[in-house]
Design a protein around this ligand. Structure first.
Ligand code: CA
Length: 229
């Protein structure tokens, strides 16, 4: 398990690095947000532990940028204060879990193990219900029939698959689209997200998959009952 630890407190970072290594993780340490962002975008880590209060680039900004490029990366954020605003902002920016400082190492380890069990990153291809999806060839089929997707529909399906069993927020969709120049326009408004969700739902009708709307939060990809996968 490759873990990136972004923490600017050198004493805490050293202690955590030693404990994480003892617990079997390969640890790479970033002492500031700029290095954290660079490493996370460059290397395929299995999980990241990200302090929100980082110099150069703050943790929340790092998280937003990395989340857009790596939607499936499990991220646990560390917050200095038990501030509800920080936790909400972290979860909105795509954190999978958070821990308030100070914490005991066994709690961090338990949270990381739970996080890694929960997020099962898909590789370059996925088979779910009657859908088969291949990132490398950018090809998807439903019951063997090619699925014609626009670039934005493709990104949407990719996000939903990468975070299956977990809500994809409208903010995450907008961030993913903001990086996309293929269809001209800037990041879509919320109502255009709904339009794309509607189209994708229609295209997935025979797939055994359903996109559920979680009111006020976002969307969730589910395998319909009896379809397995
Ligand atoms: Ca800090």
């Amino acid at each position: 398990m490759n873990l990136l630890l972004a923490e600017d407190d050198a004493i805490l970072a050293d202690a955590l690095t030693a404990q994480l290594r003892q617990a079997g993780f390969e640890v790479e340490h970033a002492p500031n947000g700029a290095v954290a962002e660079y490493l996370l975008l460059k290397q395929p880590h299995d999980v990241a532990v990200l302090d929100l209060g980082l110099p150069l680039v703050d943790g929340l900004t790092v998280l937003k940028r990395v989340r857009a490029a790596r939607p499936a990366l499990p991220v646990l954020v560390l917050t200095a204060l038990d501030s509800l605003d920080d936790r909400v902002a972290g979860l909105n920016a795509g954190a999978d879990d958070y821990l308030t400082k100070p914490f005991d190492f066994p709690e961090l380890e338990a949270r990381l193990r739970a996080l890694l069990r929960r997020t099962r990153p898909i590789g370059t291809s996925a088979e779910l219900g009657h859908l088969s999806f291949d990132r490398d060839t950018r090809r998807a089929t439903v019951r063997g029939e090619p699925l014609e997707l626009s670039p934005r529909e493709w990104m949407l399906l990719d996000l939903l698959l990468a975070q299956r069993d977990k809500v994809v927020t409208k903010e995450q969709i907008q961030q993913a689209w903001a990086l996309d120049r293929s269809e001209g326009a800037a990041a879509g408004a919320n109502n255009s997200i709904e339009v794309y969700i509607h189209r994708l739902r229609r295209k997935l009708e025979q797939s055994g998959l359903a996109i559920r709307t979680v009111r006020g939060l976002g969307y969730l990809l589910e395998v319909e009952a009896g379809e397995g996968g």
